[in-house]
Ligand binder design. Structure first.
Ligand SMILES: O=C(O)CCC(=O)C(=O)O
Ligand SMILES: [Fe+2]
Length: 302
């Protein structure tokens, strides 16, 4: 059997509708669930600034990060300490730390649209993260439109389902793997992403592994300025597996590592059941269920 490789795609060519590139993406979406992107609209220096800003936050003393601890809220907004999320029930809670912010809808009662929490320190944290988030959100929308168009779906229909996207911007901080870590300890344990498309920036340090269909793992990495893109459970359902959500994990190693996923999820009331099936599965119900299953502060509530 030939070794599956994660395709490396020219983002501008994809957005321009280059036939050969769209075909490569179609195969990647159906058979692998992962691809990497270069030649993107977001400059390296800007992404580096975002990494530096999150890192400065993560390196603050825990007592300072406590002020924005998401466990104080019923939503995934703010700092998630090590051990605050368990993505695989057969593994221990992840040892990564996170910082989450997302799309806000004023007056909404949905936790997925809750107001963000911002730290006082670093001073420019909010502005840097919000600026990057706006660009990453726009880029994710263009990518998804090109990809669903590529698999023969109506891209205008899809676009209309993202008017109030339950988008979540996350900083992942992986300290060096703790000396006490055992076989059930991971930076992030094996999981599939919950939504549609994940636009994942990473700092160039290896660590991400993608599960192969036939068993085993493929390491995937990207320098700052390039992206890893993968697909989530909702898009897999919606497209009846013409786009697949592939399990992945980070065991972690001796080096500190960071990654910045933008989870691009549709508007709350979008029906993500298989197109034409007559079933109804609202995006918010799937997403909130998965959050409730994985965040320890939400599990405790139920
Ligand atoms: O850190 C990474 O490369 C992957 C992170 C990830 O899978 C996630 O946050 O869902
Ligand atoms: Fe993931």
């Amino acid at each position: 059997m030939s070794e599956i490789e994660i395709p490396r795609i020219d983002a501008q060519a994809l957005l321009a509708g280059d036939e050969a590139v769209v075909e490569q993406v179609r195969v990647a979406a159906r058979e692998i669930g992962f691809l990497t992107l270069h030649n993107t609209p977001i400059p390296v220096a800007d992404i580096q600034e975002v990494f530096d800003t999150y890192r400065a936050f993560f390196l603050l003393p825990a007592a300072q990060k406590e002020a924005v601890n998401m466990a104080r809220t019923g939503s995934n907004r703010g700092w998630g300490a090590a051990g605050s999320e368990q993505v695989d029930p057969d593994a221990n809670p992840d040892y990564k730390q996170v910082f989450d912010s997302g799309f806000e809808v004023e007056g909404s009662e949905l936790a997925t649209y809750a107001p963000n929490l911002w730290p006082e320190d670093p001073e420019d944290f909010r502005i840097v993260v919000e600026n990057y988030y706006a660009r990453a959100l726009a880029f994710s929308g263009e990518l998804l439109e090109a990809i669903v168009g590529g698999i023969g779906e109506d891209s205008n229909y899809f676009r209309a389902q993202f008017e109030q996207p339950m988008a979540l911007m996350r900083g992942n901080y992986y300290p060096p793997r703790p000396a006490s870590a055992g076989a059930k300890d991971f930076g992030i344990a094996t999981h599939t992403d919950y939504g549609c498309l994940t636009l994942l920036a990473m700092d160039g340090t290896p660590g991400l592994e993608v599960r192969k269909r036939g068993g085993g793992w493929i390491p995937v990495s990207a320098p700052v300025g390039e992206y890893v893109v993968n697909f989530g459970e909702m898009l897999e359902m919606w497209t009846e597996k013409r786009v697949v959500a592939t399990p992945h994990r980070v065991i972690g190693g001796d080096a500190e590592r960071m990654s910045l996923p933008l989870f691009f999820n549709p508007s709350a009331q979008t029906n993500v059941a298989p197109i034409g099936s007559g079933e109804v599965i609202h995006a918010v119900d799937h997403l909130q269920k998965r959050f409730d299953e994985t965040y320890l502060h939400l599990k405790d509530k139920s």
